[in-house]
Design a protein around this ligand. Structure first.
Ligand code: GDP
Length: 207
């Protein structure tokens, strides 16, 4: 386990290496290796690909796409040669697909979350400017019922002032019935929040 204590005396994980491992269709057999997994979920266009690239310090490991909801695959990224897998789940709640298709996605995502023995935690991405949706609440409730820890990654916080960030942090935490410490304000474009996320990853891996 590569980790260091930073200047604020936080123990954080150091990401030295990140590689694309594989893409699988939701519902098919997922790689069942021995690495712990952290799944990353969120609505299409929330900034999931940008967040992953920011976290691993690469420009285009995760493909950002201008067509929301296009990616229907689960992408596995191997961190530090198999120390951890980041599991990029397909974005949910894309307005232009049918309800039937939305249900199918929800079931498949639920299937992954209930069947992966190595799943250690979930990052749920939400736009920091928006109040949480019913979809977000359902996912959180589901995760809690499964006893899977969840950290809320509020994206694009460069769009808010510091004052607005703290107001929205409270609103998001209240809206999802989680503590404020479980909400991390991040910005891929302004490079905000990475250390806090790396600290959470370290805690997840050491639990
Ligand atoms: P995904 O569909 O969830 O993977 O989202 P993307 O990473 O493709 O980003 C969706 C849109 O949000 C793109 O236009 C990005 O440029 C924009 N975006 C992503 N992260 C940030 C951020 O931290 N700040 C701002 N201002 N825009 C962002």
């Amino acid at each position: 386990m590569v980790h260091v204590q930073n200047m604020d005396h936080l123990i954080i994980m150091i990401i030295k290496n990140a590689e694309f491992l594989t893409s699988v269709a939701l519902g098919s057999n997922l790689p069942n290796d021995s690495a712990p997994e952290i799944a990353i979920a969120g609505k299409s266009n929330v900034g999931k690909s940008s967040f992953i690239n920011f976290l691993v310090n690469q420009k285009s490991l995760a493909k950002t796409s201008s067509t929301p909801g296009r990616t229907r695959l689960v992408n596995f990224f191997s961190i530090n040669k198999g120390e951890l897998y980041l599991v990029d789940l397909p974005g949910y709640g894309f307005a232009r697909v049918s309800d039937e298709e939305k249900d199918k996605w929800a079931k498949l995502i639920e299937g992954y979350l209930t069947s992966s023995p190595m799943l250690k935690g979930v990052f749920l991405l939400v736009d920091c400017r928006l109040e949480p949706t019913d979809n977000d609440r359902l996912l959180i409730q589901f995760l809690y019922s499964m006893n899977i820890g969840c950290t809320i990654i509020a994206t694009k916080c460069d769009k808010l002032s510091k004052m607005q960030r703290s107001i929205m942090k409270k609103k998001i935490a209240n809206g999802l019935a989680v503590g404020e410490k479980d909400v991390i304000m991040t910005s891929a474009s302004a490079k905000i929040g990475k250390e806090e996320v790396l600290q959470v990853i370290d805690q997840i891996l050491n639990n």
